[in-house]
Ligand binder design. Structure first.
Ligand code: BGP
Length: 481
């Protein structure tokens, strides 16, 4: 039987300011964390420099220059049929240093133009307040989210953009993939624990104490921002955003089952338990004790968390992995985590294990647990694309990935899950967060921009552009065969 999507289902794509806007120092924008990351590759981790050095290449500086191509790009999204577009606001475009008295008017005006353009095409913006970035000045001054000072600064930034865009934006997410902050790799971009650090991004060492304290500050900030939204702008819908890396037990050995339960809690449930239920989960106490974590919690923090529960749950889904206690589990890779290799799954060229059935399983698990509307706000496949002499890109592999995941969502809806939307990651090629590459392409739209910084920024429709268009046009009833 064909899968069926509900009327009004949101179909679209997801982006992040730092990975595609470019114009890093234009119109008063201040440097962001990502502007200090050089390009890398699958084999070579990105490097971080304290100063921006003239002879080095920082791919996020120019991105794909959405800043100057936004009208053209949004028109292409509309041509595919998007009714939603996930994007983030660059904090340092609004407050260049993060602690400025007044916001930067030119930065605010840019997003007015973007939202107006979306409106023109009937596209609903879904806005992430912080997607793997913060003003770099806050890293240098406070070591990012390790400091409580960030809470007030973030709330001020959120209040500023809420007030400005209250008539243009309804759907908001506080922190992108907040749960990656539980790992040292996530700490580099998400919580910015890199004060004074210079060297490979994979070499950052942070303690569980630092990671969880930084996360506590983000929880409080998120709670306060959600409460503010609910009190002042009742029309707003506020969501969390987690990186869901589903894991399976490697065997039916009870020790593997238990190890996987712990991994699922640590990686996938911990942050959303806090943000959806409004309190630290019961299992956190033992975990903190065994990992030497003693959170500094001030009066009012737990109330802020309790008051700031989200209206809908969102997550990224790319892959799954396995967890086992036996030492024959081979390791594989993601951008923010490592996990065990599953012999039943194939992988992308970057080692991410493709598992559409896992998406159906994850959707059911999440919905059973929280019973609030869900949105898949990132899903996609990074691949090398070739452009033919006549300017075509035959990306059958991406179409295959798309169809399988859309089918899995349809099945989950049939299972009873309240899934309200889907935004494919990188509907237009952009800079990879993990490796800084351009050649790891996710887009339905090809952008002529390359790892060595060259390119014309010309946009081309790939075959997948038309495949997604067909799916959207029929609200998921056609184009999945
Ligand atoms: C998620 C991030 C995105 C995005 C995506 C793909 O973790 O939220 O910013 O980049 O992964 O990852 P990558 O760019 O490393 O291929």
């Amino acid at each position: 039987m064909a899968v069926k999507f509900p009327e009004g289902f949101f179909w679209g794509g997801a982006t992040a300011a730092n990975q595609f806007e470019g114009a890093w120092n234009v119109d008063g924008r201040g440097p962001s964390v990502d502007d200090h990351f050089m390009g890398g590759s699958f084999e070579k981790p990105r490097e971080i420099t304290v100063d921006i050095e003239a002879d080095k290449l920082y791919p996020n500086h120019d991105g794909i220059d959405f800043y100057h191509h936004y009208a053209e790009d949004i028109a292409l999204f509309a041509e595919m049929g998007f009714n939603i577009f996930r994007m983030s606001i660059s904090w340092s475009r609004i407050f260049p240093n993060g602690d400025d008295e007044q916001p930067n008017e030119a930065g605010l005006a840019f997003y007015d133009r973007v939202f107006d353009e979306c409106k023109k095409h009937g596209i609903e913006p879904l806005v992430t307040l912080s997607h793997y970035e913060m003003p770099y000045h806050l890293v240098e001054k406070y070591n990012g989210w390790e400091s409580r000072e960030l809470i007030d600064l973030f709330v001020k930034y959120a209040a500023t953009v809420f007030e400005r865009y209250q008539d243009k934006v309804t759907y908001w997410l506080t922190f992108n993939e907040i749960n990656t902050g539980t790992s040292s790799l996530g700490a580099m971009m998400s919580t910015g624990l890199i004060k004074g650090y210079e060297g490979p991004a994979s070499g950052i060492e942070v303690t569980p104490q630092q990671c969880y304290q930084a996360l506590h500050h983000q929880f409080v900030a998120s709670g306060r921002v959600v409460r503010l939204a609910h009190e002042k702008y009742p029309q707003f819908k506020m969501g969390n955003m987690d990186c869901f890396i589903l894991s399976y037990p490697a065997t039916c050995d009870p020790a593997d089952i238990l190890a996987n339960q712990e991994e699922m809690r640590r990686m996938n449930w911990f942050c959303s338990d806090v943000q959806v239920r409004g309190a630290y989960p019961s299992y956190a106490r033992r975990y903190f004790r065994e990992h030497g974590v003693e959170l500094k919690i001030e009066d009012g923090d737990l109330q802020d968390i309790a008051d700031g529960t989200v209206d809908f749950y969102t997550f990224s889904y790319y892959m799954s992995s396995i967890v086992g206690t036996h030492d024959d589990v081979e390791q594989t890779q993601g951008n923010m985590t490592f996990g065990g290799k599953n012999p039943y799954l194939e992988s992308t060229d970057w080692g991410w294990q493709i598992d559409p059935t896992g998406l159906r399983f994850a959707l059911n698990e999440i919905y059973d647990r929280y019973q609030i509307p869900l949105m898949v706000v990132e899903n996609g496949m990074g691949a090398k694309d070739e452009v033919t002499a006549d300017g075509k890109i035959h990306d059958d592999y991406r179409i295959e990935y798309l169809k399988k995941h859309v089918r899995a969502m349809g099945e989950a809806i049939d299972d009873g899950v309240d899934l309200i939307g889907y935004t494919w990651w990188g509907p237009i090629d952009l800079v990879s967060a993990g490796t800084g590459e351009m050649r790891k392409r996710y887009g339905f739209i090809y952008v002529d921009k390359h790892d060595d910084g060259t390119g014309t920024y010309e946009r081309l429709r790939k075959d997948s552009f038309f495949a997604y268009q067909k799916i959207i046009k029929s609200n998921g009833a056609e184009g999945l065969e």
